[in-house]
Design a protein around this ligand. Sequence first.
Ligand SMILES: [Zn+2]
Length: 258
Amino acid sequence: MTPLYIDAHCHLHSFNDERIHYFLSQNFFIIAVSEDLNSSIRSIELSKLSSRIYPCIGIHPWEFSEETEREINRLSNLINEISCLGEIGLDYRYGKVSKEKQICFFKKLIRLAVEYDLKLNLHALDSWRDVFNMIVRFDIKKAIFHWYSGPIDLLKDFESKGYFITINPCVRFQKKHSKVLQHSPLSIILTESDGPYEYKGVSLEPNLIPELINYISDVKEISRRDLLRIIVRNVSKFLDMDISKLKSQNIKNRSYKL
Ligand SMILES: [Zn+2]
């Protein structure tokens, strides 16, 4: 049986139609994150193509502006169509608005998650511990820290809370991230592409996941097969559904116009 590859953090809406159809024809399960209102609407539309696309809506911390408050209100109209917010969080390195403002907007989004019992797909660059403390305070049960390259000692806290991290293909050359992989228990690991994104000459996209699996299986000294099984189990736990049961080629509506 062809294995199912997990991309737990992908900006699917930013790929062109041809590429999206290609990913759908391959064995990928994609958690499709959004950055603003328009991409949120598009992620929801894309999820209607296949049960292998899982939509998240949200406002990326890089997109925070004077409009954010109004945008969050409009976003809340889409909430009954989804069960995950992302990509949301804080970014103390590249954020364009002040730390205080970011925290204020992020809190509003977390409150929505609490009210509607939503999972979180998180961006927490240089704010790892703050984001962790905030979601713990709000008693968030399900969260993914995407492309985790924060403090190693937080990994055990993630494990005890049942939170997950994603490993990105750039782990091959990104020192901090590779240290994270070495120290992470397999029970908290998911794979991601964060595509389409150019990072240091690498064009990130779901197609890099099979190679990433090879790399992780070498580092963690585990067979590819067992690793894939663990990652499918982890994502199923995060989503509260057994994704190994999803049939291949499960495209709900082939004539759906992208
Ligand atoms: Zn992202």
